[in-house]
Design a protein around this ligand. Structure first.
Ligand SMILES: N[C@@H](CCC(=O)N[C@@H](CS)C(=O)NCC(=O)O)C(=O)O
Ligand code: FES
Length: 113
């Protein structure tokens, strides 16, 4: 069960922003290597994203685990859907699947972002 306020906040974020990264720390100062790795991938791909620091909000930290049915951070959302964590994002980047997913969903990357 996810608290309604937490659920509203998550849905506002993931519906209002094409790409949202729930992470430990901020894009400028990640506080965990797994979060830093996804920030690095997103920067390399050149996609704009909203970073949300779950360390600042214990309710959101737990709420997201329940909402996403995913036990760890980072969590990457694209167009309202969970893509996955660090391992998945890195694999998808290396295979080119992440770039295709963003293109298919109409999310600008590189010079067009
Ligand atoms: N294999 C994971 C690594 C991420 C991970 O293990 N995260 C841990 C440590 S940062 C986590 O979020 N634990 C739950 C918590 O801290 O609330 C992935 O692919 O994203
Ligand atoms: S904070 Fe220790 S592994 Fe992420």
């Amino acid at each position: 069960m996810v608290d309604q306020n937490v659920k509203d906040r998550i849905e506002q974020d993931i519906k209002g922003n094409d790409v949202v990264l729930y992470m430990k720390g901020t894009p400028v100062f990640p506080q965990c290597g797994f979060s830093a790795a996804v920030v690095q991938v997103l920067s390399t791909v050149g996609v704009k994203f909203k970073g949300v620091n779950i360390l600042e909000d214990p309710g959101l930290r737990q709420g997201l685990k329940d909402y996403s049915n995913w036990p760890t951070f980072p969590q990457l959302y694209v167009k309202g859907e969970l893509v996955g964590g660090c391992d998945i994002v890195r694999e998808m980047y290396e295979s080119g699947e992440l770039q295709s997913l963003l293109a298919d969903k109409g999310v600008a990357t590189g010079a067009n972002a």
